[in-house]
Design a binder for this molecule. Sequence first.
Ligand SMILES: Nc1ncnc2c1ncn2[C@@H]1O[C@H](COP(=O)(O)OP(=O)(O)O)[C@@H](O)[C@H]1O
Ligand SMILES: [Mg+2]
Length: 280
Amino acid sequence: MEKHDAAKASPNVLEFKGVSVQFGGVRAVNNVDLTLARGEFLGLIGPNGAGKTTLLNLISGAMPPTSGEILFNGQSIVGISPDRLCHLGISRTFQNIRLFPKMTVFENVALGLHARPNYSLTDALFCTPRSIRREKQNIERANGLLDLVGLSAYAKKHAGDLSYGLQRRLELVRAMATDPQLLLLDEPAAGMNEDECGNLTKLIRSIHQEFGFGVILIEHHIQVVMELCRESRIYVMNLGEILASGTPMEIQNDTKVINAYLGEKRTTNGRTRRQISRNC
Ligand SMILES: Nc1ncnc2c1ncn2[C@@H]1O[C@H](COP(=O)(O)OP(=O)(O)O)[C@@H](O)[C@H]1O
Ligand SMILES: [Mg+2]
């Protein structure tokens, strides 16, 4: 099914039905059910080792589930390669930055665009007018995206020479270059200070509002998640399972969530909630 036909077919862009992943004796994901409506912004939090990255790996096709069903636009995507899933509209960033440091900022974004080519190999080989026209559009799109995230001034610099915060921004824009319906963000604010987190939060919000794609955001900086999900939902994972889901307020007051983070029974005082804010 092609990307835009598929988009009309199902109200949910993503659905997990009883999904599990077993690594030897470790059940990294255990019988997870999850839905993401079209254009929804979903937060995914949980302690280290909870299974969050594994869940994103399942969606991006990096690994198949041991059991269960994963539907994208109502169609099973189990066994489909990451390249094909990128074509279908799933894009991601990684917990550890994966840029090409010796290539320029512009080239890194252009690579993202070519992950979903908009002209055929034959067009490219024979330099057809179509390929020339599309390539011009691609260059405009890459420049437009760099402008949008404030990286235009760095377009000709090597990606590896950018500051850490700007490299994170570049990863984000490269993932967006494929024009996704679903964007998976694995700890985009990792290693950032408070100011950088604030700037990234504003950027992600404006991008989401402008492009309207669905987002699943894994993030340890809990203020970033609470802010970005203030009108939507957060799922909390622990030991491979979905422990709770709800609004930011519901999550912060959920006894199971507090216990999972702190390993203790204190639940109602403000100090415990503040500790969650710091520890997530
Ligand atoms: N490729 C793998 N092989 C074996 N075990 C893995 C692999 N990937 C993840 N795990 C294990 O699965 C569990 C969940 O890991 P992960 O999804 O990375 O958690 P999180 O992103 O929430 O920190 C951990 O116990 C981790 O050690
Ligand atoms: Mg992880």
